[in-house]
Design a protein around this ligand. Sequence first.
Ligand code: PLP
Length: 407
Amino acid sequence: MKPIAKSSKLANVGYDIRGPVLDKARQMEDEGHKIIKLNIGNVAAFGLMPPDEIMQDMIRNLSTSVAAGYTDSKGLFAPRKAVVHYCQEKRIQGVTVDDVYLGNGASELIAMSMNALLDGGDEVLIPSPDYPLYTAVVSLSGGTPVHYRCNEESGWMPDLDDMRAKVTSRTKAIVLINPNNPTGALYPESVLQGIVEIARQNQLIVFADEIYDKTLYDGETHTSIASLADDVLFLTFNGLSKNYRACGYRAGWMVVSGNKKRAKDYIEGLNMLASMRLCANTPGQMAIQTALGGYQSIKDLVAPGGRLCKQRDLAYELLTAIPGVSVVKPKAALYMFPRLDPKLYPIEDDQQFAYELLAEEKVLIVQGTGFNWPSPDHFRIVFLPNADDLTDAIGRIARFLESYRKQ
Ligand code: PLP
C-alpha cells in the first residue's frame, strides 16, 4: 500500500522545544526514569498556579459560557474591552474593541496573522535566536523566514544594521519578541525606536510578541513598541499563559494598531480567518476580563526575594560558576540561553549533545539551534523549578560538562 506522507509544506517546519529529544525523554520516563525537564515554559508543571481569583472565576464562568455558546469570532465584548484598557495603560493609541482579537492562546493568533499575510516567497524578518513558532508558521504560511541577529555581547539586543541589511523587496514584516524568549532580554526605547524607523522606511508591519511584558526583574519597565508610532502597522500579541500562569486556559489576544487604513485588505483577511475557526474557547475569554481587571500577582514572584527572581539569581550563579559557561543575566521572562565556550566544548551537533546530557544525567534542555541560532554553542533552560531542584539540575549539567571537557 502507498505510504501516507506528510505535506511538503512541513519541510522546513520544526519545533524543537517539543522535538525529538522530548520524545526520547518520554520514552525514558516510560522505562521508569525520573527526568528533570528544563525544556519548556510550562509554569503549571512547577507548581506555579494561576491567581485564585482567576481560577474561581473560571469555575463560576463554566456554566455561563455553556449558555453563551459560540461567541463573536473576535471574542466577547467585555474581555476585548479589558484589552482596550490594557492598551491605554501601555499607551498604545487609537485601539477600539474592533481591533482586538481573542484566541486560543497567542499561538493561534500568531499563525493566523502570518496565514492572512504571506504569499509564496514573501519574507519576514525574525530574530535569531527566536521563539521557534515564528520560523515555523512563516514557513507553513508559504513565506520565507529571514533571521536577523541578536548580539550576545550587547545583552542580546537586535542588531539593527543586520536587520536593515536583510530587508529586500519581498520583506513584509519584522517580528520582535520583547521581552525575549529564549534570551530574557528586554529592549530599551532607543532600540525600539530604531526598529520603528526601519519599519517606517521600508513600509513593514511590526509583529510584537509581548507575552512576558509583566515578567520583569530588577524593577525594569516595559515599553510596547506599538506606543511609539501611529504611522506603522503593529500587531501586538499577549495572553494569560505567562504573566498569569494560566497556559492551560489557552487565552490570548492580538491587537491591531497604528496605520490601520493601509491594511484594510489584510484586516479583512484576518477577520475571515478568525471567522473560520468560529471563536476562542469561551471560559478562557472570560478569564481575560478577570485577569486584566487588576490582579497582578506575578509582581510578587518577580520582585526581589520573590520565587522567580531568586531562581533566576540562583541559576545565573550556578551556571556562570561552570568553566567555559557564560550567560547574559535575563532582565525578564523565564529563560536563560547560556553559551558554551567552543574551545572547551567543541560541540558539532547540539541535538546530540542534548541527547547525551539526557541519557547520562536525566536532564532535558533544548539545544540552541532549536531556536534558529546558527552555531552549536548554546542551549536554553527554564528557571522554573524550585531552588533545590534547580541546584540538582544545574549540578548534573556541571558534572556532564566536566566529563565532556575531559573527553
Ligand atoms: N510567544 C512566546 C514568546 C512564547 O514564549 C510562548 C510560549 O512559550 C508563546 C508565545 C505561546 O503563548 P500561548 O500560550 O498564549 O499560545
